[in-house]
Design a protein around this ligand. Structure first.
Ligand code: GUN
Length: 282
């Protein structure tokens, strides 16, 4: 029987930690502000944004909503970012991904003032991560690290395998595990004998976006399995891990939903509050 890594419980602990920063800021007349930019009508993105805004409200972070139609131009998007960059009441800017195809996500992210990049996607934030310098860390992998720490799961010296090499999850995940002294392997679509490589893992992170792809065959007895996948199927929302087959083999496993998802949002709140602290010097 694997331990179930409850993301909601860890997220509550993170939010309790930031609450003291929020009250100190309030005493100094500062309310952390997050601009949430959502372009188009992707239903999944709309759901994520709604949940992020709800978490902000609970934590005393003021979310300012910028919803724009799918036809929004790059210039219009960048004008919103410029306005938020210049606004001292906005401490964090989130541009929900994916953007519609005609928009240049790279240019949009690069337009965000690095100190307001609470998603940790800006080249400066990622560069600072590579260099081991402080910066906002990408929320999903940062949340995974926090979840491991909360449950006393040792990372140093462990074999960690990350499936997926996206800029949002896989690459920063690998860097954070490396920073925590794991021996890290990153797998992707060209990896040979994927299941064999994954079976080396003491800590296996699935971030591929393929419903229930990771079965027991990929998992060493006693491994810790973190499921980053959020896949909408006819059978409802499922992760990248086939929970039923993996749970009996793993020592700990994060569920979907209720695992990494709430952690991502908690780290967004934490990054925003920390950005407000840094900007106000309070
Ligand atoms: N799309 C999927 N995950 C994320 C995230 O963490 N931040 C943003 N901005 N977009 C996303």
């Amino acid at each position: 029987m694997a331990k179930i890594l409850d993301g909601n419980a860890v997220a509550a602990a993170v939010k309790a930690e930031v609450a003291s920063d929020v009250s100190r800021l309030a005493e100094n007349g500062v309310v952390p502000g997050l601009a949430v930019v959502l372009v188009g009508d992707d239903p999944a993105s709309a759901t994520y944004v709604r949940m992020k805004e709800r978490d902000c409200a609970e934590a005393g972070v003021r979310a300012v909503d910028y919803r724009r139609p799918a036809e929004t131009t790059q210039a219009e998007l960048e004008a919103i970012i410029d306005e938020c960059n210049a606004d001292p009441s906005i401490h964090g800017i989130l541009v929900q991904m994916p953007l519609p195809d005609h928009l240049d996500a790279e240019a949009a992210v690069a337009r965000i003032a690095p100190e307001k990049d609470v998603d940790g996607f800006h080249p400066v934030s990622l560069g600072r991560l590579v260099r081991g310098l402080p910066a906002s860390r990408a929320c999903t992998p940062f949340g995974v690290m926090r979840m491991l720490e909360h449950h006393g799961i040792e990372v140093a010296g462990k074999e960690a395998v990350v499936i997926g090499r996206s800029t949002i999850v896989g690459k920063p995940m690998a860097l954070m595990l490396l920073e925590a002294n794991a021996t890290v392997t990153v797998c992707h679509s060209r990896t040979r004998d994927l299941a064999g490589v994954c079976r080396r893992a003491d800590i296996l992170i699935a971030a591929v976006g393929r419903p229930e792809m990771v079965t027991a065959e990929y998992v060493k007895e006693g491994a810790v399995v973190i499921d980053v996948g959020i896949n909408r199927t006819d059978a409802g929302m499922v992760g990248d891990v086939d929970f039923a087959s993996v749970e009996p083999v793993a020592s700990a496993i994060s569920p979907v939903p209720g695992g990494v998802g709430p952690m991502t949002r908690a780290m967004l709140v934490a990054n925003t509050v920390h950005a407000a602290v840094a900007a106000s010097g309070r």
